[in-house]
Design a protein around this ligand. Sequence first.
Ligand SMILES: [Fe+2]
Length: 291
Amino acid sequence: MTEIVSLPITSWDQPISSEQQTLAIDALESGNVVLLPQLPFVVRDDERPLLESDVMQGIKNVSLSPSNGSFKGSKGSEAEQQQLQAMMMRFATATRTLANNLLSPYEHGLQQARASFRPVEIAGRPTSWRKDDTRLHVDNFPSSPTLGKRILRVFSNINPNDQPRVWRLGEPFESVAKRYLASVPKPMWGSSAVLNALGITKCPRSAYDHYMLRLHDSMKADLKYQAEVDQHEQLFPANTTWMVFTDQVSHAAMSGQFVLEQTFLLPVEFLRHPAQAPLRVLERLTGRGLV
Ligand SMILES: [Fe+2]
């Protein structure tokens, strides 16, 4: 079962002992969630109006690329958009600092990808089954193959009304893989080149990405599995932060509104326990290299 490992970290830039670093890394790589219950991302008073539903009405996801400032999906006046962009950049900087301190053995491998702001209430939001993140799944990016890199995500619940973010957490990655791998067809020869040539993917999809995508879809399409698999509910209170390898941990976001999220990618060679990585698990189960 996925465990929640809490650490008493109270600021984004505090030095962290090597014992705590090892504790966090071992927990994350074993498929657990690291919860920082005393680490809020503080929304300033002048930013509070951004957390009122009418400013962000109808917006599912605003994204920011911290490396080049590219900012997508926002609404509202120009001033509001600039304010949101600045708040997200502050969050991106804070998470990078935290990652460098808490996960310092990863420092030279962590690639900071997009940050996102999710202002919509999850519960009751209409969506297709494949995009329905209230179903248990493991993450992958259909158009941006990771080629085996890990997906590490840092979340902060910034809900102004003390509303928790409610997740379900499911079975370990290897159990998911063993359950569905036999029913996943092998990648079709030439298909990754075609998808890439058509611009559907940003680089050719590796066999690893093929299997991860199919595992994601198999889990979400299987309603009996969703109902019956070993799972538990987990609440992340407002003003807390948590991090998790979402390519490994079966998760579903059931309810909640206003969360900030920062994605990092990490090549497998930087892991302390690479045998636990989805890439290595799938290679072991399929008996071949997948990247
Ligand atoms: Fe997810």
